[in-house]
Design a protein. Structure first.
Lengths: 157, 501
């Protein structure tokens, strides 16, 4: 039995919503009156239905031995790119309030840009390219900071 | 009943320099989002949504409408020049626009597409302004039972037409419903799935979830494109673009048919622009005197596709603004644009805020006019946009998403939510579940639960009210019908196949 990404995702959803079903049974469930179904009614049945459907999808995908790709991208490359962007995003969000919007944004934008360039061309940009991207993203970040703070009145760190 | 005094009040709201400017800015950004393959109308609206938070409702929503119209039409630019649809609703446009461009008539193809989009958009704007008030008036009769049944109907439609399989569409819709249940239960006040997080007591913040699902998820998918495409051939050279009104209006039967199809399909929750354009394309071929020319660079093919996909825009807003049930994914995001302004779509909006509603109708007209003018005058600028490398575009989009999520509430927790929903959106797209059902589940799930419980309390636990009240029964019957329809169609196909064998 070969587990594809699709079947693993269905399995993950099944697991998450199994936990949801359990939580629905142990949560504090007061009623809003004698005719009220209670706070846990909808969450319980929603989780049950998701479990049933994801179990069906899991079995279907395992039997069909279905692989989603077919676009020629290796799983390893796809996974590495995705995880790298997510890690950078997470770090960006973490440091944004600590070192401020502009500096954290410049760092984030340059690093994501270099990551994408490396994956696209197989090698990072030359020094000139890096310098150009730092300049471009510095201007973009500063401009966006001013625009959002003054024109749209959205408070940024 | 059309109240023209409402239009007079609404004109006062719309005809202000800043409002017109916002609609214009939204239209230009929408055309850019639409022209760039991989960026969708829903994504563009989601990214710009936080910017409208501090704007007056008509100004903010007008900007989003401009984005919507611009994006749907802008998809024809890359469809013509790259043979890649800029948005899903332009897939059918590639069938004739690109072959026409290959013959050296890219300018002609773009001119036809622009005019066809304009006519479709204006037609659906008229239908919206005529149809929405009576539907809203009818919906004033709805009670708890009717709203619950309507929510169920909306959810079953979405599940049946979205995603690669009905089961996956249902799962996505149910995930959305589950997300809507997080937080304090409105009836009893008990906390559900908050895990001690204060930020979740008022529920999952709608805006970061929306932006995460549509924008971050899509950006992560687009990042994968850097792993395969090494650049597409762009037809940069083309003759001047003229607004081909005479060419389009000569095919008035195709235009009229496509307008009606687009508006009608748009009004059906879940169907969307791609369905509208393909149905219109197919029907146009059937009624054409030269069906063999379709797919070779034929005027009628472009006219059918582009007229219907822009006619879809007004149609999709009808159920959204009158009943609170969005017609398609981008309309669901647009609905978020109303909700962050504190406006609840539905019949009461027409009675309490009529000037805003009619202002929205006028804004849609203006957005369609701007869409035509900006594409006509700025087409060469928009073509240059196609050359922007993804390695610059994707980081900027992610930055906009983070700004949008943080800027509205000032709560860093919302940005982490953005990340979680971005990952969810990526996997849902990747494995064919779709993200539109999730958003619709989030919107309709709340309605379904609160109206169900309200109905049960009001009628002392008598659940038969959902079946004995005629309108409620009608919605539930339609829900069953739309759920059974795919199975029936499959059974018929299998039967036909069995007979052939």
């Amino acid at each position: 039995m070969r587990l594809t990404g699709e079947s693993l995702f269905a399995l993950a959803l099944f697991g998450i919503f199994s936990f949801g079903t359990y939580q629905s049974t142990v949560m504090n469930d007061p009623s809003g009156g004698p005719s009220d179904v209670g706070a846990a009614f909808f969450p319980f049945w929603v989780c049950i239905f998701i479990q049933i459907l994801t179990a069906f999808i899991f079995v279907q995908s395992v039997i069909a031995n279905r692989s989603v790709s077919g676009d020629g991208i290796s799983v390893k490359k796809r996974f590495t790119l995705l995880v790298s962007i997510l890690v950078l995003l997470f770090i960006y969000i973490f440091i944004m309030e600590r070192i401020g919007f502009i500096f954290s944004s410049i760092l984030f934008l340059v690093l994501v840009h270099q990551l994408l360039v490396t994956f696209e061309t197989g090698r990072p940009s030359a020094l000139k390219g890096i310098a150009y991207s730092v300049l471009f993203f510095s201007i973009a970040s500063s401009g966006l900071y001013v625009m959002f703070n003054t024109v749209f009145r959205l408070a940024l760190p | 009943m059309i109240d023209f005094s409402n239009y007079a009040d609404a004109l006062g709201l719309v005809l202000q320099f800043k409002v017109i400017g916002a609609i214009a800015a939204g239209t230009i950004l929408g055309i850019i989002f639409g022209a760039l393959p991989g960026l969708t109308a829903a994504m563009g609206i989601a990214v710009l949504l936080p910017l409208t938070y501090d704007m007056p409702p008509v100004m903010g929503f007008g900007m989003l409408l401009g984005t919507y119209c611009g994006a749907v039409s802008g998809g024809s630019i890359s469809a013509t020049l790259l043979n890649i649809p800029g948005t899903p609703s332009s897939v059918a446009t590639t069938l004739d626009a690109y072959p026409m461009a290959m013959k050296g008539e890219a300018g002609r193809a773009l001119g036809i597409a622009i005019v066809a989009s304009f006519i479709g958009g204006i037609f659906s704007s008229v239908v919206l302004s005529l149809a929405a008030p009576p539907i809203a008036e009818f919906a004033l009769n709805f009670g708890a039972a009717e709203y619950f049944s309507l929510a169920v109907f909306g959810l079953t439609i979405i599940a049946s037409v979205s995603g690669k399989s009905m089961a996956k569409g249902c799962v996505a819709g149910l995930i959305g419903i589950f997300v809507s249940l997080v937080g304090l239960d409105p009836t009893t006040g008990s906390a559900r799935f908050t895990f001690g997080q204060m930020s979740l007591l008022s529920g999952v913040a709608f805006l970061p979830a929306l932006i995460g699902l549509f924008a971050v998820g899509q950006a992560l998918t687009d990042a994968e494109e850097t792993l395969k495409t090494k650049g597409s051939h762009i037809q940069k050279q083309f003759s001047s673009v003229h607004l081909r009104f005479s060419t389009v209006l000569k095919r008035w039967k195709t235009v009229l048919l496509s307008c009606v199809i687009g508006t009608t399909v748009g009004a059906i929750p879940g169907a969307g622009g791609s369905v509208a354009s393909f149905v219109a394309y197919d029907q146009a071929r059937r009624i054409s005197k030269t069906p063999e020319k379709f797919g070779t660079g034929h005027d009628e093919g472009i006219i059918a596709s582009e007229t219907s996909n822009n006619a879809m825009t007004g149609g999709a807003i009808i159920p959204m603004i009158t009943l609170g049930v969005p017609g398609e994914a981008a309309a669901a995001v647009l609905m978020g644009g109303l909700m962050i302004q504190g406006l609840r779509p539905g019949p009461t909006l027409f009675t309490d805020q009529a000037d805003i509603v009619y202002g929205i109708f006028i804004a849609l007209f203006i957005a369609n006019i701007f869409m035509m003018l900006f594409q006509f005058f700025g087409i060469r600028v928009f073509v240059k946009v196609l050359s922007i490398p993804r390695s610059y575009l994707i980081p900027i989009i992610l930055l906009f998403c983070v700004i949008g999520s943080f800027g509205v509430s000032g709560n860093i927790f919302d940005v982490y939510l953005l990340l979680i929903f971005g990952v969810l959106g990526y996997f849902l797209n990747r494995f064919g579940y779709g993200t539109a059902p999730v958003v619709l589940g989030m919107i309709l799930g709340n309605v379904a639960e609160s109206e169900f419980r309200k109905g049960m309390i009001m009628f002392n636990g008598d659940w038969t009210i959902f079946f004995t009240r005629p309108i409620s029964l009608a919605f539930l019957a339609c829900a069953v019908l739309f759920t059974a329809l795919p199975f029936y169609q499959k059974w018929r196909e299998n039967r036909k196949q069995g007979v052939k064998d």
